[in-house]
Design a protein around this ligand. Sequence first.
Ligand SMILES: [Zn+2]
Length: 628
Amino acid sequence: MLFEAWFFDVYPVPGGMATWWIGEDGARLRLSDPWRPALYVDAAAPGLPLVRRRLEADPRIAEIRLEHRREFWNPAPAPVLRLEVVEPQALGSLARELGGALGPSRLFNADLPLGQRYCYERALYPLARCRIEARGNALRSVESLDSPWTLAPRLPPLRVLELAPADGVPYRLPGTPLDLIARAAGVEERLVAARPLQLLERLRHLLESGDPDLLLTDWGDDLLLPGLVALAGTHGVELPLDREPPHLNPLPLPLPLPPGERRRGEGRRVGQGEGRAAVVAKSGRQAVGGAGRSYLSYGRVLYRGPAYPLRGRWHVDRRASFFYGETGLEGLLETARLARVPVQRMARTTPGTAITSMQLDLAVREGVLVPWKKREPEAFKSGLALLTADKGGLVYRPSPGVHAGVGELDFASMYPAIMVHHNVSPETVNCPCCGGVLVPEDGYRICWQHDGLMRRVLGPLVELRRRLKQAMQTAVGAEREALDRRQTALKWIGVVSFGYLGYHNARFGKIEAHEAITAFGREALLRAKELAEARGFRMLHGLTDCLWLQRRGAGEADYAALAREIGAATGIPVSVEGVYRWIVFCPARILPKTTVPNRFFGVFEDGRTKARGIEFRRDDTPPLVRAM
Ligand SMILES: [Zn+2]
């Protein structure tokens, strides 16, 4: 049978992957795919001859083959053993054993999340429109018919069931009932906790009759879903939260742990509610975004609940999703599609996961091997090199006081633009192939022979964002809002891509790449200053990617001409933020004759105000000040 459908969900099951599809006719269809991923072992690993005999008898391995492939940090191909596993779920345990025997640095493609990897290898992404061939309940072939980079993708209508605490407050004293509000297809109803059996039956009816694609909750991960599952267990009601039929795929039980050892993420919860965490642990569910954990943020210990993903249905907890919170469903879907990450995982992770996944996708599809975890060390740096390299953006100290007739020029998305323009990427900095092009200040070199992953990932991203913003100019209402959410999601990925390079735990992090970018940024700002001064402007202030300039009688058009000139000279687009009627650079509180670089406020010629680093709200502006 050959037909067209949208790719909806994927997760590992015994014997392969379960995939879910939304047909043109609205049917929701489960097809199994006997997909067999492979991991790779360095054929030169010293312990390999000993292990090899055992591998040949290992029932988890379907096929062993010698291949020549290149790995991510090295452009020269080397011999590797390709181990194809009989089913996806066997890959994790095999990788751990081999990692223990040979050392993790000898393994490749060993720790990629299965759902993502399936998308890379099948060239799929969430809600991709596909032509598929099925025989019975098995997927025979699949071909994606459009691209995630489409400006106006055709997406299927999704059925949504919203579930939230009735009074909006999730936490209460133990034993106090928690009424719920359920909303589906515009109909809202209250589910009363004092009558638990009725609540469960009603919820079961909503799930069965409406068969929602998306369960959208507040505090669903942490509280609602574990609580409901426990309640259903107590009352013997079967709650079809998953679409996966239970008889097809019994949930795997967690393996027993050695005495005294605790499963990762099963740490003690901060505050109350340990009972709930125990319920989740017992269900044996494979966590998508990791189990619950406590973490330190700005000196406070915070707790994030365990993820509660569903099978064949999406569960998004609005209170636990960065992308949903910042960019709504449109931004979440945009990111999941571009990054080829299943929606429930994307909802529970950060822009860093998205940018990493985009890099993994390119690597995997081109047959480049991905090392296990991170092992690229910081190359040796002398003390002097550290001194120049660790500077961030260039910062001037403006003279305090009021300045009239000041233009502000901004480099647009400076760091992503630098990565694209100068080909800065973890594997292009100090490449082993061509000697490279010199980076200002740092003395690093950037490959000129190969386009880096960053350029290839961020280039189309920057371009799509430009097109989305362009489309926004003619769109109105909900359509404009949707475009705005999508472009905001892309902006986040761009912003984070820079920080991630400097983060030593990131898979593709490399501090030298991070430093090269800031060096190019400082050079661009200096170059802009020179060009401005050559045209008779005086630079009052400069801050990373912004300049404040002054020239008697200069208007918007003069600043726009200068912006174009700087953009052409540096390769980074520059825009005119505006011309200020007046601007104040604020003095430092301790030394009044100096200024704080990021503290200012001013009024543009068109009446807009802008302030940074001071308490200032536009709503409170007295009419007198606004008229100034
Ligand atoms: Zn090179």
